[in-house]
Design a protein around this ligand. Structure first.
Ligand code: G4P
Length: 293
């Protein structure tokens, strides 16, 4: 579900996440493997600074292998633990428990010093809408027995899902808003399907997507739409795709709305091919996006 974020919503979401954070020892921060930085909430570092954090690059099945590797290298080079996961098939999900245990060694050591032998830990899933939070929770719940119950100090009954021997996962995720203040980030989020069409016009998003694809994945456009002339760009390419797909309206004009729908559905579902929508090199060190990225 996409949500339109207003300042009031953002403040409420932040408060709700802060409440949930009090209950857990580790956070699984979900980022879309196709656009990891664009799908990251800008305040997350500040919010989660006191907890161990495991980055999970979701929907890795839709992203390009080379892109997945580049992003893993990027996060590892920043000292962050990251894993690619595909909640649809469960690929990578089995790595979550061992990676978490590794991150939690310091917590276990501190507990032991205090005479607490328990290695039991609590975790939560956090991320923007549509990044795959529910799918991952459901996938983890299927692998394990769900447990229910009140916990001391928790006002509202909170459900926990047991993962493996030592971990419990909060069954409701923390939801944060995506970053809208950079237009390129907004276009990438819209192209991936993370934000609603009402926020950005479909045709503008399709124009952005077709230019990106013709720059980085021209062979996918050529193969999917049987295009011969790849020297075209923008509207020229959308026109050719429209002709190939019979998106014509009265008078023989191209119906760009229909073309945009076809292109974006093909991109979001992966039918066009495995596409990574941003690479680490598209970002400046100050967190902004390269103008031509
Ligand atoms: P959220 O809780 O963070 O809002 O996200 P949710 O799990 O609802 O997932 C959003 C969409 O992304 C869903 O598609 C879901 O199936 C898809 N998805 C989640 N994880 C993966 C993944 O690892 N790989 C792929 N390929 N897709 C994933 P939908 O179109 O909204 O629903 P449906 O396709 O399940 O019917």
């Amino acid at each position: 579900m996409s949500i339109q974020w207003f300042p009031g919503h953002m403040a409420k979401a932040r408060r709700q996440v802060e409440e949930k954070l009090k209950l857990v020892d580790i956070v699984f921060e979900l980022l879309d493997a196709r656009l990891p930085l664009s799908s990251r909430n800008p305040m997350i570092d500040d919010l989660v600074k006191h907890k161990p954090r495991l980055l999970l690059l979701t929907k890795c099945d839709l992203a390009d292998e080379r892109g997945n590797k580049a992003w893993l290298d990027f996060f590892h080079s920043q000292g962050m633990s990251a894993l690619p996961v595909d909640a649809k098939t469960g690929k990578g999900v089995g790595q979550i428990q061992p990676a978490s245990e590794k991150l939690l060694q310091p917590l276990f050591a501190t507990r032991e010093k205090k005479g607490i032998r328990s290695r039991q830990v609590r975790a939560m899933v956090l991320g923007i809408p549509n990044v795959g939070k529910s799918s991952l929770i459901n996938r983890l719940a299927k692998r394990t027995a769900a447990v229910t119950g009140d916990r001391p100090g928790v006002t509202k009954a909170q459900q926990w899902i047991r993962i493996g021997k030592t971990m419990e996962l909060l069954d409701t995720p923390g939801i944060l808003w995506p970053k809208f203040d950079d237009s390129e980030v907004g276009l990438r989020l819209a192209a991936s399907g993370a934000i609603k069409e009402e926020i950005l016009p479909l045709e503008e998003v399709a124009l952005y997507a077709v230019n990106y694809l013709s720059d980085r994945y021209p062979q996918f456009l050529a193969e999917r739409y049987k295009l011969k002339d790849l020297s075209l760009s923008g509207v020229g390419l959308l026109t050719e795709i429209g002709k190939k797909r019979g998106c014509l309206q009265k008078g023989g004009e191209i119906n760009f709305e229909k073309v945009a729908e076809i292109l974006l559905n093909d991109l979001r579902s992966g039918r066009i091919g495995k596409v990574t929508m941003e690479m680490p090199g598209d970002w400046h060190s100050d967190g902004g996006v390269e103008a031509d990225g």
